[in-house]
Ligand binder design. Sequence first.
Ligand code: ZN
Length: 252
Amino acid sequence: MITIRPIPAFSDNYIWHLQQDREHWVVDPGDADPVIEVLGGAHLSGILLTHHHFDHTGGVKTLKEKYDCEVFGPGSIEGVTHPIQDGDQFSLMGCDWRVLSVPGHTLDHLALILEAEGDTHLFCGDTLFAAGCGRLFEGTPEQMYHSLSRLTSLPRDTKVYCAHEYTLANLAFASAAEPGNQAIGKRIAEAQETRQQDRPTLPSTIGLELETNPFLRTQSEEIRTNAVAHGADVKGNPVEIFATLRQWKDTF
Ligand SMILES: [Zn+2]
């Protein structure tokens, strides 16, 4: 059986640690030290990367030198031994993986989908967050909107492993964007309790995101009204509503 646990790094990053028997992999190791500490004396088989930002890749060089491990990720990133791209499929830890290109936060951004024992697991880096989405550093709103649509077409019970603990801040924005959505209030209460116990609010699920994430809810009348109040065209298409929400969140 595969186990998936978060390794906290920096102030709010999660490096996801996957273990199957004696095989260990990590996703987006921005820092090597916490990974080495968690592994103890165990060997790291490999690294998976979603995008090039330093808080996701900063530990690659040290880990690769220490463990001589494989590195799967966008081919543009230094140290990658197995370049992967949209549509690729491969097998790791006896499980099937597939790759989706999800540009927007960065242009090289990939989402990694793991099928294990009947469950779907999504490692989405900084594209989809609990109740939020990544900032548009390189891509356009249209690209990000399309990328998020690709992720929400996954099964509703897909477990979503985001790379940051941003949930409470994102829910505060979600509540402002759609105050009438009772599922958001319920989620805030649950997330507050979880954080008070110093536990991660992740993984999320695609179903929960569809219910509470404003960036996936551009069809909501209330969200459309509030987006128009923040500058979107009254007849705005979903991409324009999304773009207005993203700008509003940037200064929220
Ligand atoms: Zn990033």
